[in-house]
Write a protein that binds this ligand. Structure first.
Ligand code: AMP
Length: 207
């Protein structure tokens, strides 16, 4: 199955992607994670991406497409998290593969900002936590938790603006193609995951 996990920054895509990936044994591809890995390894792609990520802007389509192309090459089942984020990215994706379903996690702006400003991430395994719900300094894998550099209020506001102008048009794009399923992103991680599982089971039964 080829799934796109769609939604604004902070809607819980990373957390839900990890759960879907474990439950359905499906490869999780997060473009944000792949770009951060390139930054850490100081690759050419990382050098370009850093400039954009730090300012809350989208990395150039060509750069992201290069990363995605090599990640999905030869795979017939995967979950894309954070990609596509622009119409040209979606068009490029349609040329190389056929997406089955787009799960659109919906959350209002106040909750998004609150979740992002309280987010902790594990630099080793990528797991996300909410500071209010998890008060330990270390991840369950043992690594020390940190905050993402782009999780500041100023950068978050910019990321939301970019989402509204460049990413939201994808809703119409996938609605037209009958791929979009809305998921209520409020409530606990397990509540949201239950909605996602229901949508995926419905899809599997009716395909
Ligand atoms: P994320 O981890 O998905 O929140 O992504 C973090 C940052 O990586 C974004 O704010 C963008 O700067 C960049 N990024 C991730 N995915 C994409 C994409 N599909 N297109 C352009 N930039 C991206």
């Amino acid at each position: 199955m080829k799934i796109v996990l769609f939604g604004p920054p902070g809607a819980g895509k990373g957390t839900q992607a990890e759960k879907i990936s474990n439950m359905y044994n499906i490869l999780h591809i997060s473009t944000g994670e792949l770009l951060r890995k390139n930054i850490e390894e100081k690759t050419q792609i990382g050098l370009v991406a850093l400039e954009y990520i730090e300012r809350g802007k989208l990395a150039p389509d060509e750069v992201v497409l290069e990363v995605v192309n090599s990640a999905i090459k030869g795979k017939d089942s995967f979950l894309l998290d954070g990609f596509p984020r622009t119409v040209p990215q979606a068009e490029a994706l349609d040329k190389i593969t056929d997406i089955d379903i787009v799960l659109n996690i919906k959350l209002n702006e106040a909750l998004i900002v609150d979740r992002i400003l309280n987010r902790l991430v594990c630099p080793a395994c990528g797991k996300n936590y909410n500071k209010r719900l998890y008060t330990q300094p270390d991840c369950t894998c043992g690594a020390r938790l940190t905050s993402r550099k782009d999780d500041t209020e100023e950068v978050v506001r910019e990321r939301l603006k970019v989402y509204a102008s460049q990413t939201l048009p994808l809703i119409g794009y996938y609605q037209k193609r009958n791929k979009l399923v809305d998921i209520d992103g409020t409530g606990s991680v397990d509540e949201v995951f239950a909605r996602i599982s229901e949508a995926l089971n419905d899809f599997a039964q009716n395909r």
